[in-house]
Design a protein around this ligand. Structure first.
Ligand code: NAP
Length: 235
């Protein structure tokens, strides 16, 4: 039985991953943006006992979430919460800085999973103004690759769930919704040797083609330095 924390588990892929993990007998701690969404999440996922609250667009709330999460011990953390059609500032805060800060502040679990996207392929590692969605999804892959270098005792990987019909993906999204959360659940809990890797990019439980800019160690270090500067927290 694994203990798993999932950000953004009041809806979409986070909620579905939480349900599946509980169905398989694992323990899950949920996360939602506010109390109301937290109560809605607990109602939808009866097997979950705890929900932690934080608006991931607010750096102080992310920092407080890191502290609250450290009251628990987790085997795996799924950095799932994300935004797509919103301001560039929110993209930066929710998609890049929240996973960075939580990773830096929380006790190290054995496994870290970051929700990337096929759209990261057109992302750029550096940003001069504010990043695009594609940039932020490249950032989390780069973060997984940084951790593979710096934290050899941790399995940190990124996942492209496909274009699936959630609130974000929209009703017309063409890919399989179940396949959209299975890979995260597998990476968080499976004994399969294929999950015992780090710094890799997965799609449907297979390593997949990714933007090679993510391998640039100097760009990875620049990203870390920029995240540290913006948050005041070093990894
Ligand atoms: N759906 C796709 O086709 C697709 C494709 C590629 C990658 N992804 C990635 O997969 C992940 C999950 O996406 P999804 O499709 O499940 O999206 P979703 O249905 O929109 O769910 C996103 C989750 O993140 C939470 N969230 C967003 N902003 C937040 C904030 N400021 N503070 C706290 N929580 C916040 C949402 O809370 P509320 O419910 O309260 O808004 C929700 O629980 C994302 O990282 C996304 O980028 C999705």
């Amino acid at each position: 039985m694994a203990k798993v924390f999932i950000t953004g588990s009041a809806d979409g892929l986070g909620l579905l991953a939480a349900k599946e993990l509980i169905k398989q007998g694992h323990k899950v701690v949920l996360h939602a943006r506010n109390e109301k969404r937290g109560q809605e999440a607990l109602k939808q996922i009866p097997g979950a006992k705890h929900v932690l609250i934080a608006d991931l667009a607010d750096l102080d709330e992310i920092k407080a979430l890191g502290e609250k999460a450290n009251a628990f011990t987790f085997d795996a953390v799924i950095h799932n919460a994300g935004v797509y059609q919103t301001s560039a500032q929110q993209l930066l805060d929710v998609n890049t800085l929240a996973p960075y800060l939580l990773t830096a502040l929380m006790h190290k679990p054995e496994r870290l999973i970051y929700l990337s996207s096929g759209m990261h392929l057109s992302g750029k590692p550096d940003w001069t103004e504010l990043p695009s969605y594609s940039d932020t999804k490249l950032h989390v892959l780069m973060l997984a690759k940084v951790l593979a270098r710096k934290w050899p005792d941790v399995h940190a990987n990124a996942v492209d769930p496909g274009w699936v019909p959630t609130k974000m993906g929209g009703a017309g999204a063409p890919d399989d919704l179940q396949k959209g959360y299975e890979t995260q659940v597998w990476l968080a809990t499976s004994d399969d040797q294929a999950t015992r890797v780090s710094g890799q990019y997965f799609h449907h439980q297979q390593q997949a083609r990714y933007n090679r800019a993510a391998d640039d160690v100097k760009a990875q270090d620049r990203l870390l330095a920029e995240c540290a500067r913006l948050t005041g927290v070093a990894l």
